[in-house]
Design a protein around this ligand. Sequence first.
Ligand code: AP5
Length: 211
Amino acid sequence: MRLMMLGPPGAGKGTIAKKLIDKYAVPQLSTGDLLRAAVKEGTTLGLEAKKFMDAGELVPDKVVIGLIKERLAQRDCQKGFILDGFPRTLPQAEALAKITTLQAVINLDVSDEEVIVRLSGRRTCAKCGAIYHVRNIPPRTPGKCDKDGADLFQRDDDKEEAIRNRLNVYRRQTMPLIDHYRAAGILHDVDGAAGVDSVTAASVKIIETIK
Ligand code: AP5
């Protein structure tokens, strides 16, 4: 399976990708997670990327293309993968097409109002990356991960000003990918505003047509 999750920030790309990797046993390739790991490690790339990420801007194409190229070359990607947050510009899509061919793109459609509610309430596990929402998907114990008990944190780019900029950046730089992949005949629209179980079921239905 060679799948990509597309959608605005907070659409649920990571949440649904995590449900799908459990079912299909393929890796989730999230450029956001790869970049956050580089920031945490304090690498040169991470320090450079942090400035863009905190402001809600995209990290330069050359950097993320290099990261994903390296990740896709790893052995666990041979049986398939779910891309989450890449590509998000036309040059990134063109670079990806030179490495591999996507079978399907799932486009999660969610309103700006819902994005703001979701991102301002998102909490992430510092240890395993599990994603919660203080109201929609709360952990059993506030502030602690259900899976490993580690602390939950709020992302630096989930502040209102950065969220608004991320939405503008999405409209300007990422939305053109909707037409790009629709023209290629591989785009599938899914109502991302529905509950997690419904969105997962709709995504599974699409995957069953490409497997
Ligand atoms: P990235 O980490 O990719 O952020 P994003 O695209 O803005 O997406 P998010 O992770 O914020 O949201 P999501 O759609 O995964 O939603 P989630 O499942 O968490 O990128 C961060 C930054 O890194 C970028 O701004 C950029 O600087 C850089 N970057 C990354 N990739 C790049 C690239 N390719 N090129 C250049 N720069 C790049 O869900 C959100 C919340 O909603 C959670 O609380 C969740 O519990 C809840 N939720 C999810 N689904 C549902 C549902 N169905 N119903 C109710 N609540 C739900």
